[in-house]
Design a protein around this ligand. Structure first.
Ligand code: NDP
Length: 459
């Protein structure tokens, strides 16, 4: 039994109360999680560490990020094992996607930090130069679907820019954040630079967002929670980054190469059991290739390995959408059932025959459930893709028209003939109800710093 502890000021501490961490693989209790309600100690520790950490040069902080990356990499199998245990995802996915990417996040921001150039703007009689100051103590809140991957995506740039951090992983998946805390103390990261607190979102998460000494909040999670976070933080004029839900379309045009499109769309549908905000849970296929595409898609689905969803509670939500789909007139082409074994398992599910404006086809399910729809024209496909409240991502599969269609999709990211192909320098984030702001490269640097212009008059 793992006992998760909070990391505060370089010490591992726990409040009096704990709750259970349950594995979705078989419903066994795998860890005890501290129920934290107050973040004052963590904030005080982060404030105390601020002068030392922000006083380092950016090059010195890059060295620390590299040290974290190297130490994590040495234990990458353990990171993957813990992530797989906590989320139920196959070990191979935990290793390839979660663990590797977590290492890469630290390494990427170390390299990126070294490449940053000072910005100057010359006038006829003066020179402007921009310096980037830390914001101070920042709060980082992340969800359960890609636990360390998403938390490290925030921790690395926050530390790079000289801030000290209060991080809160999801109550459902705290193990790898705890492991990262151990690694950071082992390598001697100065006390209080990274503080990790655990507990329930409406308690400890809310306490972070409300705390007046925490000057910025970077939040990834559901749109409903994002509204609460925004409503709490906005009157305090905190900097706010919101990465929220999605209901993304994979658009397969008439001239798509099906040898690429079928496995690509399948991966976008079901990787991580469909529990990635970028997953393509609406598949739009041109009517002329619909039958051929679906035959291949359903055939290849039989060999696609997925894990359980995150919890029995979440499975109930996903199953309620499958029931809704039937009421809305949908036909279940694959899956739709709960396999006969312990844990939060659910078969990969494909549903046809629904209107693209139905609730099943427009609300975020965040599980292994995909709706398929056919279209006649590119314009129709674009309208179908844009009809949801969300605007996070999407993909277009075509030999010749990918870019033209991609540019008309109302979302922050669109892939053409690929999916989840990530360059960490590019903007990552959504429009509409999928969020506010962007992460990645310069966008993360901008968020986690205050740009100050100094205008010097020439003699
Ligand atoms: P939630 O919104 O439920 O939770 C996200 C985080 O917020 C968790 O750490 C949670 O804690 C915490 N939290 C809950 N209530 C509050 C509160 N009042 N104040 C502060 N923090 C709070 O999302 P899920 O964990 O269920 O994750 C799934 C959602 O995340 C999906 O909608 C998905 O689309 C979205 N997501 C978006 C991504 C993006 O980049 N746009 C990427 C990945 C996921 P606790 O878990 O303890 O309740």
């Amino acid at each position: 039994m793992i006992r998760v502890e909070n990391l505060v000021g370089g010490e591992f501490v726990t409040p009096d109360e704990f709750f259970d961490d349950i594995s979705p693989l078989d419903n066994s209790v795998i860890a005890k999680i501290p129920r934290t309600k107050n973040v004052d100690d963590a904030v005080n520790a982060a404030k105390a560490a601020l002068p030392i950490w922000s006083g380092l040069t950016i090059e010195e902080r890059c060295v620390w990020l590299d040290k974290i990356a190297n130490a994590l990499e040495l234990q990458i199998e353990e990171v993957a094992r813990l992530e797989s245990l906590d989320t139920g995802k196959p070990y191979s996915v935990a290793l390839d996607v979660d663990a590797n990417r977590s290492v890469n996040n630290f390494r990427f921001f170390a390299e990126f930090g070294r490449s940053l150039k000072s910005e100057t703007f010359e006038m006829a009689d003066a020179t402007n130069y921009v310096i980037r100051k830390p914001i101070g103590v920042v709060g980082l809140i992340s969800p359960w679907n890609l636990p360390l991957y998403l938390l490290s995506w925030k921790i690395a740039p926050a530390l790079l820019m000289g801030n000290t951090v209060i991080a809160k992983p999801s109550e459902i998946t705290p193990l790898t954040a705890h492991f990262l805390g151990r690694i950071c103390t082992d390598i001697g990261l100065p006390d209080g630079v990274l503080n990790i607190v655990n507990g329930y979102g409406p308690e400890v998460g809310q306490a972070i967002v409300e705390h007046p000494e925490i000057k910025a909040i970077s939040f990834t999670g559901g749109t409903a929670t994002g509204k609460i976070v925004a409503a709490t933080a906005a009157p305090m004029f905190k900097k706010l980054s919101l990465e929220l839900g999605g209901k993304n379309s994979s658009i397969v045009l008439q001239d798509a190469d099906l040898d690429i499109a079928v496995p690509g769309v399948l991966r976008a549908s079901f990787l991580n059991s469909g529990q990635i905000c970028l997953c393509g849970s609406r598949v739009l296929v041109h009517s002329s290739i619909y039958d051929e595409f679906m035959a291949k898609y359903l055939h290849e689905l039989q060999d696609f390995e997925i894990g359980p969803v995150i919890s029995e509670e979440h499975r109930s939500k996903v199953m309620s959408y499958i029931e809704l789909a039937k009421q809305e007139g949908g036909e279940v082409l694959a899956g739709g059932c709960i396999p006969d074994k312990a844990g939060a398992w659910i078969d990969a599910t494909v549903i046809s025959g629904l209107s693209h404006t139905s609730r099943t086809a427009t609300e975020e399910i965040f599980g292994p459930v995909v709706t398929v729809h056919s279209f006649e024209t590119e314009q129709e496909a674009i309208e179908m893709a844009n009809c949801t409240q969300y605007g996070l991502a999407g993909s277009v599969w075509s030999k010749s028209r990918g870019r033209q269609v991609a540019e008309k999709i109302e979302s922050g990211m669109v892939w053409v003939n690929t999916w989840l192909h990530r360059d960490l320098r590019v903007p990552f984030g959504g429009v509409k109800d999928s969020g506010v702001g962007r992460e990645g490269g310069l966008w993360s640097i901008g968020f986690f710093s205050e740009a100050v212009n100094i205008c010097v008059m020439e003699d």
